[in-house]
Design a binder for this molecule. Structure first.
Ligand code: OGA
Ligand code: NI
Length: 396
C-alpha cells in the first residue's frame, strides 16, 4: 500500500515518518529561519524536491540522485521543456502608470495593461505613486519581524485561518507533497466585517504595514480601473464588484539555503484571488514566471511593483485575462524578502462571482460556472499550492 501525494508516492511507513517530521518541524514554531539558525548544513528530507521541479541550472546536476523512493513514473511531470529563446532576453513588461488621469496617456496605459494581462498575466509598474520610503519601510518591517527573537514570533504562529494575523511556514505544509523554504507573516486588512485593530499587528511591522496597506489599496483600485477599461468596461466596474475588498499582506522571508539545489522557496502556482501586487527587496531575486513553457526571471527593479492577475480575475473575465503560474527558487544568499498583497474580494461573505455578462457572447460562451466565494476559498486553502487550483473545479 502506498500513499500518493502528487507525483511522489510514499509507502505507509515513509508517509508516517514524513508526517512525524512535518509535525516536529511545525511544533518548533520557529519556521525555516529557525532551522537555519540552528546551524543545519543539509536541507531536511521534508523539503527535498525531485529534480523535475528544480530550476534547470540545478536539475542537470541531479539526474543520478533520485532521492524520493517509489516514484510513480506515469505521474512524473515532464522536465522543463528545452529553452526556445534566451530567457534573459524575455522580459515581463514594465508599465509606467504616471499621469493616468490624462486621457491620451491613459489610453496607452490601458492598452499596455490589456496586452500584458492577456498574455503574461504579469507586469511591473513604475511611477505608481507609493513613496520609496513606504516600500522600504514595509520590507524593513517584515525583515524585523522575521529576524527578531523566536519567542516573540511564536506568539503569532498558527494554522488557524480565521485569525487575522498569522505567522507560519508554508500555509500548505500538511497538504502539499513537499515543504517550501520560506516563512510567512499574513495580515488581514480592510475586512469589511472586522476592521484591522493596529494592536493586533506585530510591533515590528505595525506602523509600516498600516502605512503600506493604505497605499497599496489605493493602487489596487487604480489598477482595477485600468483593468476594467482594458476589458472594455466602465472604469469602476471591478471595484464595484468588491474585488479590492479584504486585502491581505503576506510578508515572506526566504532564508539563505545551505543546499539551494535541493528545494524551492515557493512551488509553482497561480494566485487564487483577483489581483496580487508584489513588493520584493532588490537584493536577492528568485521570482520566476512561466512564458511559453520556460521559466523567466522577474528581476527586482528598485521601486517597481510586480502585478499579477489571479484566478478569480481569470474567471470573471471569462478567460480573457490570464492567471499565470509562477514560483520562487531558493538561493544560497539571502534572505529574500517579499510582500504580496492579495485582493481576494469579501472573503467572509457568500458573494457569488461568475464570468461577467457583458463579456459573454455567442462566440464567447461562459467557460466557467459561478462560484460562492466562501466555498471557493475553502477549496483553495485546503489544497497544496501546486496540486491543482480551485478554479479548475469551476470550468464548464
Ligand atoms: C505568492 C507569491 C512570490 C514572492 O505569495 O503568491 O507568488 O516573490 N510570492 O514571494
Ligand atoms: Ni503567487
Amino acid at each position: 500500500m502506498a500513499a500518493r501525494s502528487g507525483t511522489y508516492v510514499f509507502s505507509v511507513d515513509q508517509e508516517s515518518e514524513r508526517i512525524k517530521m512535518l509535525k516536529s518541524f511545525d511544533e518548533t514554531k520557529a519556521g525555516v529561519k529557525g532551522l537555519v539558525d540552528s546551524g543545519i548544513v543539509k536541507v531536511p528530507k521534508i523539503f527535498v524536491r525531485q529534480f523535475e521541479e528544480l530550476p534547470q541550472e540545478y536539475s542537470h546536476y541531479r539526474t543520478d540522485q533520485i532521492h524520493v523512493p517509489a516514484v510513480d513514473l506515469d505521474q512524473v511531470q515532464k522536465p522543463d521543456k528545452p529553452r526556445l529563446m534566451d530567457p534573459d532576453q524575455i522580459k515581463v513588461p514594465v508599465i509606467d502608470i504616471s499621469d493616468v488621469h490624462k486621457p491620451d496617456r491613459r489610453k496607452q496605459v490601458v492598452e499596455d495593461v490589456k496586452i500584458a494581462s492577456e498574455t503574461w498575466g504579469f507586469f511591473q509598474v513604475v511611477n505608481h505613486g507609493i513613496p520609496l520610503c513606504v516600500l522600504d519601510g514595509m520590507i524593513d518591517g517584515i525583515r524585523e519581524f522575521h529576524e527578531q527573537g523566536v519567542e516573540e514570533k511564536r506568539k503569532y504562529y498558527t494554522r488557524d485561518n480565521t485569525k487575522s494575523v498569522r505567522f507560519y511556514s508554508s500555509h500548505d505544509l500538511f497538504t502539499s507533497r513537499i515543504a517550501s523554504w520560506r516563512d510567512s507573516l499574513s495580515m488581514s486588512f480592510s475586512d469589511p466585517d472586522r476592521p484591522t485593530d493596529p494592536q493586533e499587528l506585530p510591533a515590528a511591522c505595525r506602523d509600516s504595514a498600516m502605512e503600506y496597506s493604505k497605499h497599496v489599496e489605493t493602487l489596487g483600485n487604480t489598477l482595477l480601473g485600468l483593468l476594467s477599461e482594458a476589458l472594455g468596461l466602465e472604469t469602476d466596474r471591478l471595484k464595484s464588484m468588491e474585488c479590492s475588498k479584504g486585502h491581505r499582506l503576506h510578508g515572506h522571508y526566504y532564508p539563505a539555503c545551505p543546499e539551494p539545489d535541493q528545494t524551492i522557496g515557493t512551488a509553482k502556482h497561480s494566485d487564487a484571488g483577483f489581483l496580487t501586487i508584489l513588493l520584493q527587496n532588490h537584493i536577492v531575486s528568485g521570482l520566476q514566471v512561466m512564458c511559453d513553457s520556460q521559466w523567466i526571471d522577474i528581476q527586482p527593479v528598485p521601486s517597481c511593483l510586480v502585478v499579477n492577475i489571479g484566478d478569480l480575475l481569470q474567471l470573471v473575465s471569462n478567460g480573457r485575462f490570464k492567471s499565470n503560474k509562477h514560483r520562487v527558487i531558493s538561493n544560497g544568499i539571502g534572505p529574500r524578502i517579499s510582500v504580496a498583497c492579495f485582493f481576494s474580494g469579501p472573503v467572509n461573505g457568500a458573494k457569488i462571482y461568475g464570468p461577467m455578462d457583458d463579456l459573454i457572447t455567442e462566440e464567447n460562451p461562459p467557460i466557467y460556472t459561478q462560484i460562492v466565494l466562501t466555498d471557493y476559498f475553502v477549496k483553495a486553502l485546503n489544497t497544496g499550492l501546486e496540486d491543482y487550483r480551485a478554479l479548475d473545479y469551476y470550468t464548464v
